[in-house]
Design a protein around this ligand. Structure first.
Ligand SMILES: [Zn+2]
Length: 225
């Protein structure tokens, strides 16, 4: 984590070729070290204990999400929505509420009306969301305001950073910032088999018909306390 923090602090100052060279170096080392667990972690083919199966006897879930990180992405949302729709998919669009662009109410409404989902993606997407407990608590208040304004229930942090214990500060029904195995994420300690939210009726109500998130990325929030 320390290395990540340093990297994301200085990243804006680094020329693009240097960033690329650093990332390439990290990626090659990681690929070597993760040979046995990536892209498919052994054991992931087994059903979790207590898993009652997908609703209505379905065999699997397919999850499609789009994280919109800049103006260029924002400008493509409607086209992307049409493309998803053309192939029979509904996806979630996760927007950065205080980043380098402003997402209009009109676009959010069109996304929701089309059966897609609007989610909150980080706060500023600067890699500093979890830099301290106190700062996170302050940022959580802002995130909660955006969640409410957008009528959103899902959250994904920038760079898939996560501190699952702190998430209770957020008024969300799911967090999509973890994964089963992905050594290439800056914080690679993913979760496995935390799927119980999918077994609950409430979880399915939110998931039904739309989007959703790579199932293994779903983190069910247990009641605090
Ligand atoms: Zn992102």
């Amino acid at each position: 984590m320390f290395r990540n923090r340093v990297y994301y602090q200085i990243k804006p100052l680094l020329p693009w070729p240097v960033r690329l060279a650093i990332r390439r170096y990290w990626a090659l080392r990681k690929r070597e070290r993760s040979r046995d667990t990536w892209p498919i972690m052994p054991g992931s083919e087994r059903q979790p204990n207590g898993w009652s199966g997908w609703p209505n006897g379905k065999q699997f879930a397919f999850v499609l999400t789009h994280d919109i990180e800049g103006k260029a992405g924002l400008a493509k949302c409607r086209r992307l929505m049409e493309l998803d729709r053309k192939w029979g998919f509904r996806s979630s669009f996760n927007f950065v509420p205080e980043g380098g662009y402003a997402v209009s109410r009109e676009l959010r409404n069109d996304i929701a009306r089309g059966g897609f989902e609007v989610g909150v993606h980080d706060l500023r997407h600067d890699g500093r969301l979890y830099c301290s407990r106190r700062v996170f608590a302050q940022k959580a208040l802002r995130i909660n305001r955006h969640l409410k304004e957008w009528d959103a229930c899902g959250f994904r942090s920038g760079f898939m950073f996560h501190k699952l214990d702190w998430l209770h500060d957020l008024d969300i029904e799911y967090d999509a910032s973890t994964f089963d195995t992905d050594p290439f994420e800056p914080q690679p300690d993913g979760l496995q088999y935390h799927l119980s939210v999918l077994g609950s009726q409430a979880g399915w109500q939110r998931l039904r018909g739309a989007t959703l998130h790579t199932t293994a990325r779903l983190y069910p929030l247990p009641s605090p306390g």
